[in-house]
Design a protein around this ligand. Structure first.
Ligand SMILES: Cc1cc2nc3c(=O)[nH]c(=O)nc-3n(C[C@H](O)[C@H](O)[C@H](O)COP(=O)(O)OP(=O)(O)OC[C@H]3O[C@@H](n4cnc5c(N)ncnc54)[C@H](O)[C@@H]3O)c2cc1C
Length: 444
């Protein structure tokens, strides 16, 4: 019998458990500090509905999450898709539609970008120069900000690319790694002479690809529940309320905690890996769910929500119009909003009082949607050190870290948000891959 211990019962740890428990002759135990499993995935009763307090959908393009849903019995045809997919952006004191003709905010179809009204005439003229500029293809990793500014100018960067990509991990575009954060853009930047031309087939493929996002019909926690139930069926043991301060003893160990906790666990077996994990900067965010009466909102909520460019200087970085986005959250006369606060250069909101956070959210809601009344119901969630930052050179640093771990502690595997992508599908993919490799090393 080969014994495995998994530290961390978020989606990474549970996915590693799923991979390992499929093997014959194994004994798997998951240790989770919290009383409940799921980590940053949490769905909670709010008013009359079950609302996601963090992630509310997964990208379909990286298929690992949709595949896992199918494997644990959530048939993929039962997965739901947002009813509203078009987001807006707060530009020049108005909500304007994010243009359709972009890949992750990088303009491809300039006519579509012009039609959105997001860019000034000058901003459009600058973007249109892109195919004529020297400088591509590039060699090696650069920051997304550097690439975006050089190719399209400041306005496209601050109004389109920064809100979309900087928003993903509450990051700073000028430090974020092109190769790690946007591989589709990177592939073109490393091979083509123009992004507009090189991204055209990528945009065309995306437009044919069907819904971008999917979610279980009752919220993301449903995936955690289904997965946990199947793991129990397979004999996996769970120890909740178990905050470990050292690696558990087992033939193989998967560390699936956030990176800063992993650094503490791994220091005795690999000081270089611990130092590399400690060096990854993290950003804290606050997430606020609010309920209003429909009549309190002065603008049509005809989209999935909106992004606020960093330059606006508002603590609120995005608002999801949850009850427009999801059919299942619609209730007559009620509007549900999910607002995100905090980014890399301003994440001290995590230490603000509830009153200060609510006041900031109300100010943003008043300014952008004309909401003059206090919310009828509020839920505040603080995610301290939530988002690992993928700075330029991230992929090389992770490759070096993986190599050190393999040398220093071959019986340990490492997974989580800090390595191969911050979203759920990327976490699942890394967890399953690393757990599979660990099994081959340990039981080989
Ligand atoms: C506000 C927000 C919105 C998001 N939205 C999306 C989205 O829409 N789509 C998407 O794909 N992704 C989204 N994400 C990212 C997604 O939530 C994460 O990628 C994913 O949940 C990370 O899972 P994980 O298991 O790696 O880490 P976690 O969920 O952080 O799990 C780690 C677990 O380890 C436990 N732990 C820590 N230390 C110890 C210890 N010493 N001993 C035992 N256990 C320990 C923790 O309690 C935790 O349960 C969002 C994240 C946030 C914060």
């Amino acid at each position: 019998m080969t014994s495995y211990a998994i530290v961390g019962g978020g989606i990474s740890g549970l996915s590693a458990a799923w991979q390992l428990s499929a093997e014959p002759g194994v004994e798997v135990t998951v240790f989770e500090a919290d009383a409940r499993l799921g980590g940053k995935i949490a769905t909670e009763r709010f008013g009359g509905v079950d609302i996601d307090l963090g992630a509310d959908n997964v990208l379909r393009r990286t298929p690992a999450a949709v595949e896992l849903c199918r494997e644990v019995g959530l048939a993929t045809d039962a997965l739901i898709h947002p009813a509203q997919t078009r987001a807006k952006v707060w530009v020049e004191n108005a909500l304007r539609p994010l243009p359709a003709g972009t890949v992750l905010g990088f303009p491809v179809d300039l006519a579509a970008v012009e039609a959105s009204g997001v860019l000034s005439a000058e901003g459009l003229r600058r973007a249109a120069l892109e195919p004529t500029l020297p400088g591509l293809p590039i060699v090696g990793d650069v920051s997304l900000g550097e690439l975006a500014r050089a190719r399209y100018g400041d306005e496209v960067t601050t109004r389109l690319i920064d809100p979309l990509l900087g928003g993903i991990a509450a990051g700073d575009l000028d430090r974020m790694s092109l190769d790690a954060i946007a591989p589709q853009i990177a592939e073109v930047a490393h091979t083509a002479t123009s992004l507009i031309e090189g991204l055209a087939p990528v945009l065309a493929a995306a437009q044919q690809a069907g819904p971008v996002f999917a979610a279980p019909p009752h919220g993301m926690q449903q995936l955690v529940k289904a997965l946990t139930a199947r793991l129990v069926d397979r004999g996996v043991r769970f120890e909740t309320g178990a905050a470990l301060d050292s690696l558990p003893s087992a033939d193989g160990v998967v560390v699936a905690t956030p990176a800063l906790a992993a650094a503490r666990l791994l220091r005795p077996v690999s000081p270089p890996v611990a130092s590399a994990l400690d060096a990854i900067e993290h950003t804290s965010v606050v997430f606020v769910v609010t309920e209003y009466a429909e009549g309190d909102v002065a603008v049509p909520l005809d989209g999935s929500g909106f992004l606020v460019p960093r330059q606006v200087g508002a603590p609120v970085t995005a608002v999801s119009w949850a009850s427009s986005k999801w059919e299942r959250l619609r209730q007559p006369g009620t509007v549900l909003l999910r607002s995100s606060l905090g980014h890399r250069d301003a994440d001290d909101v995590i230490d603000a009082s509830d009153d200060a956070i609510i006041a900031a959210v109300q100010t943003a809601h008043r300014r952008t949607m004309g909401i003059d009344t206090p919310p009828r119901r509020v839920r505040i969630v603080r995610y301290r050190d939530a988002f690992p930052q993928y700075d330029v050179g991230h992929l090389d640093r992770i490759a070096a870290l993986d190599e050190s771990l393999l040398r220093d502690a071959p019986h340990v595997a490492l997974c989580g948000m800090a390595f191969g992508g911050v979203g759920i599908p990327a976490c699942i993919r890394r967890a399953r891959t690393e757990a599979g490799r660990l099994h081959r090393r340990v039981a080989g």
